[in-house]
Design a protein around this ligand. Sequence first.
Ligand code: GCU
Ligand code: CA
Length: 467
Amino acid sequence: MKLGSTLAAATLLATAVLVPAGNAAAAAPARYEAEASPAVCTGTIDSNHAGYSGTGFCNADNAVGAGAQFTVNASAAGTATLGVRFANGTTTSRPADVLVNGVRVAGVSFDGTGAWTTWVTKTVTVPVASGGSTIRLSPTAAGGLPNIDYLDVEVTGGTGGDGRPSDQNIQYYGRWNRSDASWYAMGWAGGYLDARFTGSSIGVRQRNAIDLYYSIDGASPQWRRNMSGNVTLATGLSGTSHTIRIGYRERAGSYTGDPVFGGLILAGGAQTAPISRPANFVEFIGDSITVGQPNADRPFTAYPWLAAEGLGAGHSQVAQGGACLVSQDCYGMMDWFRRSSGSATYDDWNFSTYQATAVVINLGTNDIGHGVSTTQFQQGYLVMLERVRQAYPNAEIFAMGVFRNRYVTETRNAVAARNAAGDSRVRFVDTAGWIDPATDTSDNVHPTDAGHAKIAQRLRPILDQYI
Ligand code: GCU
Ligand code: CA
């Protein structure tokens, strides 16, 4: 791969926009386990018949309509080939409707497989729209469903895109403000986009100067500092298609870069193609530690990024240096997490844009400097947990004890209060001993890159138990 900025990128953009849309390559299949949120099983998650994948399977109740439901994502509209892995230890077929977003689109019958431990895959094709859809297997006879292990989904027939910000083939992660169709603006920190493209070169259109980073075909991210206008990222690529990730330095403190995405610059005749989106998305809410400040390669050397990448999940860092939990002369994230960015003037974020499967909160390091009492903190944390639950009804929520050991008892108490109120999917994460401030931080507060790696190492398996 050769990097350079000599390409006539403006010409390429003009060419790319004129290319007629055609059929693009298929996205790789995605697997959705029946036992994992946001899947819903009208019955029990069991593990008593060997051979299943993941941690169990859905044993739906033996009744009409007792379903197994999956939430799947398609990067573009098309035909989804569904592979349903199931076992039916009886000799009677079990018929079911296939509902997409509540609408019946197909029927399927699950024949006996000989034993409850004999798992086979049944294929059925259904149309899907771009974005998230629910797919529900709804039995039409009293015997109910067979045991359901997982759903594989592969969408084909997606249309080649032109790389503009609104291109349905581009997958966005984090808080993006899309109100200006020409420039999608990244809010907070750690937002990024993924795309698949054909052709031998790739670039990105920027507005005012910004530090951006990119990664091609999953390589380590590379910075391009202070970029504006048409930026060539790579030329001379071989092979039929490639993936690119682009993200921006957060606009915060004294840094006033312009973190907007103005579209991909494709080679003449090239197009974007659908790219799959992982089933899990982890949203991290916090302060400078969650951003990864002041380390040069944040956000991608910070623990949120590392832990989520390690899980193959999408992620975002809804965080700002100096942020608190409570809004008392401070960015209080219990309020501000409902905004698209730290410069939004009201609670403008629409949580139906995406749903997190997990939310990790790391707040409390800064409240002490703003005179927040322990009582105030605990009450505020409880409200924060209620609000996160309201925003993400199906998410696993994790409240980390902060590394400087501040308000840890109150954090624990707030979690216990939510558990007592019936929300069992809120968990306290004890971080005592994860890092040594003397060697793993640069100033007794902010973890070094190595410190972040240690934290990610500890956090990842905890998240992995639940998502
Ligand atoms: C048995 C079997 C279950 C299955 C059920 C059924 O109880 O152990 O896994 O779900 O039959 O008939 O649906
Ligand atoms: Ca059953």
